[in-house]
Design a protein around this ligand. Structure first.
Ligand code: NAG
Ligand code: NAG
Ligand code: NAG
Ligand code: NAG
Length: 548
């Protein structure tokens, strides 16, 4: 295990060159910044369609699609091939279906996945290793791990029979005790743990929310500050005490008739947990989705308008009620990501139809930024539109430098590049939210160092530079857990606003913020986080820290 100080040195090297990213050769559209924000094409082709993405602590991104839909546009390493007599398309496939993208150099290389990862899930362990679970066909009981390692030998390790149940369209969450909980999946009304005891535990809630249309896949999971799990499926939600296999709370159905989970895919975030509020309150926000029968109608050629609403639920209240709001556009299959300043970006997706093959229409290329703390009616803004539709099987994750990495889109059963409405997209783009605009540079904190380990209840100091310092009250120190993103849901996504942030001036534009590490494992499970200093809503570039 690396010493925290060493990690900080390594991370520091990274943040001193946040803009050294080499742009890809080939066409790059002119930056579109009229509405705020800027899109950049990083690669026309990364060889695969980014269906699942996870940022690791070395600023590399693990990306994969599926092994059973024909040859990709990148070869497996070392001339290897994959033999699968059950594959529906290619019994022998010498192409790769996973890559490792290096943010720093804007380069990528192929990884080796041998079994099918289609519509699977994942979570990062406390030591920074990604654990991916399930998939389809020969991969539906598999667990695959990849460490945040270096060098050509760094690749997937597969355990094909490690899961108790088949996990296809399940959701995962990292837990305070270091295990991962894996919930649901197609025809799975239960959950299990990794590492587990070969047991799966019934969860009738998942059967009850099926309602004949199965709009309860990829259930939304959030770990609450009391250690229980919030689970949302279709329109219903509960709190599960997974330690005692007990449903301890049931919430009213979200207002309105729309379903919110796959194939009526909306998205969900746990809004930032603020440790300066005691006890820490937890609030969930769910946006978009579609009518319960949108997928069935799309298959018959009718594409219903997607849901326009978001609902917020303060799950730690005694009698929580859904507070509904209207988005500037109807959206299904959008991703919701927390941004370092506590805003939420709603990005990718379509305006009508549903998730699933050929089931979406009217791409929504304009992201919305939602400010949770602004007065009602003034929370949404729209930013620059993406040059490309990002439909079913598209992804988005936040990078440590504050950009959003966007890829994927493949609403077809194979890699279909021609003769279809929304061709399979192998590209990778980045979106720089408006806070990265140079006009905010005078207000932007630049982290110089972190003194002391960011342990539980431990005090530490972040030294940063800022040219135009407003006031101590405008500074906060936050940590973010980078999520596993697929199918419009960012699993284990989490932001904690830390206590303290008393700021002292050290002279010549240099300041020190004293802060306290998280108060509980339930608030921030052990692991690697990206730490940001935010000043006047403008975030620094983030650095990696380990909480243990
Ligand atoms: C496949 O990759 C090559 C570069 O290796 C690129 O020129 C081509 O456009 C890619 N094909 C697709 C369909 O993206
Ligand atoms: C990370 O933890 C897992 C589970 O304890 C273990 O199997 C794996 O070897 C560890 N990886 C590293 C790189 O330490
Ligand atoms: C996608 O490509 C496959 C294989 O070429 C073809 O059979 C299928 O019809 C295509 N799908 C669409 C929607 O055109
Ligand atoms: C942090 O301090 C609080 C208050 O003193 C205490 O209740 C809590 O158990 C501590 N957390 C940890 C992880 O030690």
């Amino acid at each position: 295990m690396l010493l925290p100080s060493l990690i900080l040195v390594v991370s520091f090297l990274f943040i001193t060159h946040p803009f050294s990213v080499r742009t890809a050769p080939g066409p790059s559209p002119a930056p579109s910044s009229a509405l705020g924000g800027e899109w950049r094409l990083l690669h026309e082709s990364i060889g695969i369609s980014a269906m699942h993405m996870q940022l690791l602590k070395n600023n590399k991104v693990v990306i994969f699609d599926r092994t059973d839909f024909g040859p990709s546009n990148i070869s497996l390493p070392n001339g290897r091939c994959r033999d699968d007599p059950n594959d529906k398309v290619l019994k022998t496939d010498c192409t790769a279906h996973s890559i490792l993208y290096d943010v720093h150099s804007n380069s990528f290389r192929a990884l080796t996945v041998q079994t099918d990862t289609w519509c699977s899930s994942g979570a990062v362990l406390a030591n920074g290793t990604l654990v991916q679970t399930g998939g389809f066909n020969d991969g539906d009981h598999a667990v695959r791990t990849i460490a945040a390692c270096r060098g050509e030998g760094c690749d997937w390790v597969e355990f094909p029979h490690a899961l108790r149940e088949r996990r296809w369209y399940a959701s995962n969450q990292i837990l305070p005790d270091g295990r991962v909980v894996i919930v649901g999946g197609r025809a799975q009304y239960n959950y299990e743990f990794y590492p587990g005891d070969s047991r799966s535990i019934r969860l009738e809630f998942l059967r009850e929310t099926k309602d004949g249309y199965e709009n309860n896949l990829y259930p939304f999971l959030h770990l609450l500050p009391d250690g229980n799990l919030f689970i949302f499926a279709n329109r219903q939600s509960i709190v599960l005490d997974y330690k005692q296999d007990r449903v301890v709370k049931q919430f009213p159905a979200i207002t309105g008739g729309d379903s919110r989970n796959y194939p009526s895919s909306g998205s969900s975030v746990l809004l930032p947990l603020d440790e300066n509020i005691n006890p820490v309150a937890a609030e969930v926000m769910i946006c978009g989705g579609s009518s319960h029968n949108a997928f069935q109608l799309a298959e018959k050629g009718t594409f219903l308008r997607a849901a326009t609403t978001c609902g917020r639920l303060r799950v730690t209240d005694d009698q929580p009620v859904w507070e509904m709001e209207k988005m500037p556009s109807a959206r299904v299959m959008s991703d919701m990501l927390l941004l370092p300043n506590g805003d939420v970006i709603i990005i990718n997706g379509a305006g009508s139809g549903a998730a699933g093959w050929e089931a979406g229409r009217n791409p929504v290329t304009t992201p919305h930024i939602y400010k949770p703390g602004a007065p009602a009616g003034r929370r949404f803004t729209s930013v620059a539109a993406s040059p490309r539709p990002r439909m079913y099987h598209s992804t988005a994750i936040l990078l440590a430098d504050g950009r959003v990495l966007v890829g994927g889109s493949n609403p077809h059963i194979y890699y279909n590049f021609t003769g279809v409405d929304f061709p399979t997209d192998l590209s990778l783009e980045s979106f720089s939210p408006p806070y990265l605009s140079p006009e905010f540079d005078p207000l932007r904190p630049r982290i110089v160092r972190v003194s002391g380990a960011v342990g539980y209840n431990a005090s530490f100091t972040v030294t940063f530079r800022v040219a135009e310092f407003l006031e101590a009250g405008a500074v906060s120190v936050r940590i973010m857990a980078p999520p596993f993103n697929t199918h419009s849901f960012s699993m284990s996504q989490r932001m904690v606003v830390l206590r303290g942030a008393e700021v002292s001036c050290l002279g010549s534009e240099m300041y020190a913020a004293a802060a306290l590490g998280p108060s509980a494992l339930e608030i921030a499970p052990p692991g690697y986080y990206v730490l940001f200093v935010v000043h006047a809503r403008v975030p620094s570039s983030g650095i990696w820290i380990q909480i243990q």
